[in-house]
Design a binder for this molecule. Sequence first.
Ligand code: FAD
Length: 656
Amino acid sequence: WVAASLTKQHHPSSRFSGDSAAPWTPHFDVVVIGGGHAGTEAAAAAARCGSRTLLLTHRVDTIGQMSCNPSFGGIGKGHLMREVDALDGLCSRICDQSGVHYKVLNRRKGPAVWGLRAQIDRKLYKQNMQKEILNTPLLTVQEGAVEDLILAEPEPEHTGKYRVSGVVLVNGSTVYAESVVLTTGTFLRGMIVIGLEMHPAGRLGDQPSIGLAQTLEKLGFVVGRLKTGTPPRIAKESINFSILNKQTPDNPSIPFSFINETVWIKPEDQLPCYLTHTNPQVDEIVLENLHLNCHIKETTKGPRYCPSIESKVLRFPNRLHQVWLEPEGMDSDLIYPQGLSVTLPAELQEKMITCIRGLEKAKMIQPGYGVQYDYLDPRQITPSLETHLVQRLFFAGQINGTTGYEEAAAQGVIAGINASLRVRHKPPFVISRTEGYIGVLIDDLTTLGTNEPYRMFTSRAEFRLSLRPDNADSRLTFRGYKEAGCVSQQRYERATWMKSSLEEGISVLKSIEFPSSKWKNLIPEASISIGKSLPLRALDVLKYEEVDIELLSKAVPEPLRKYTKCRELAERLKIEATYESVLFHQQQEIKEVQRDEALQLPKDLDYLTLRDVSLSHEVREKLHFSRPQTIGAASRIPGVTPAAIINLLRFVKTTQ
Ligand code: FAD
């Protein structure tokens, strides 16, 4: 254990286990630094996998804090939450206990791209998360600021210049660990900005992490700088909601977690959201005061898909931008104006707000602000989120250049699992792009890196039709149970029951076959064409938009009635029917790409002039520019579609 051959000189910042005269015993298998969305998932996952885990964070009372928006989920993000849940992660279950307004986005499109989303009661989320974390077996939680890493001799069988063996806190105390997960969010050299004022902070009211940032840089990690921002908060009673568009929640509410039949609160008791818009006066205030706004002048990149009002006004002048007025909680007096992230001086923020319809008399309780922070180029980590440079050191969350609670949680669960597996000398747990949005997220980060805050979208996933929110359990729960040990017996049994019920249901639906004219008589509501009165399976009838299991079971009560008893099963059978034929083709294509991922592309291929293969001009340009070496590498180039990959794959195979 003693790093005899290393000296402090080689590693100017970090401490060495060799510094200590006496041999030592590690106290924890896994130490997680940071109690944000990545850190809580990482710590809980490592503990679920059976590792003695320590969560070290600045303050226990900020565990589960939502630094910005009071909401979870959305398009793409909701998919990540279902996958985190499939691995028995926390955030989905906690959201089912803490939401105040549940709504599925993108309902007009197919269920593959539905976005589960909820407004969350901040206080309740924090309470429920803290309760969960403080009661997780094998998990110890301790307050403290980590300043430095302890390094030891690297394991010869692994790549990596160093190996982490513990951490040093600001007060000088040390904790030893077999694996360390770093999830420090926006805290590395964090700087808060309002108007022309800047001061060091990880987020409002929290100290930044400076020593740790220096340690990482000195070790040789490539560090970049990003920024983000948050809107002001407004007093609820000062808003004139009566003149604004009201959005009501879904009825029934769809829970985030596979193990919940319903959420904690009835739809009729949930809170509404309201919609208003900016106007030319808002643009004027922003444009006239750019000189008082140093955040916007910075060249550091901010979130493209969650931009500040200043960026929107500059990029899209003379447009009205949506502002959603969202409740911060059941008994909160605050409203969060989503879409109004701003870093103008506080008095100008208030002036800007009161120009907006419904907010004429609004009282600003807390100004919006920006934060600039260090992130680490994610190409320095492997798909298991372990760093290339330091063995057994894992990074997860905003530190890797992502933005959003869900992206952080998704990385957290994977880092926690792998930190634990590493201790037990087990192979890493990696999710591929064909298995989950988590795989897409991590693959994008580790292969392409990012120079702006990365967030998840359904358009980033090539195999959207099979990576659906409804089937995340069948994609990941069994692997989580068998390979990682992070899934409870109860969840495993539920997923097993659902899988066999679906298989049985589909086979029953395939076995019931009548001529289309008979179906038309049985279900007059359905727009079944009876042209030649061909035989139709019940599964085909279920594909019609207006048909669901309930309706089908009225036509053929036996044996279909039993599938109406469970809402989730009935919905999933309908979704399986909808995607049956397209999925069959997609599955074949997934297998084809997986089989040939390593297939070398000829070095002299001229993509721009290549004949006999159908590729769009855009795809040709991208391939020409990137010159990927393999089919797998080509498939990861943003904008190169799955269809193009299949065409390219088939072309290369025929010419070899
Ligand atoms: P965090 O949730 O930030 O948690 C980091 C944790 O690490 C904290 O608990 C902290 O105390 C702890 N910590 C840090 N350093 C140390 C140390 N040395 N020792 C011990 N503990 C430490 N996301 C969006 O999607 N859209 C937005 O518009 C948006 N705006 C934002 C605006 C602001 C001002 C901030 C601060 C964040 C914003 N976010 C936004 C980002 C969102 O909050 C994060 O993506 C998410 O919280 C990241 O989770 P995380 O676990 O990586 O980090």
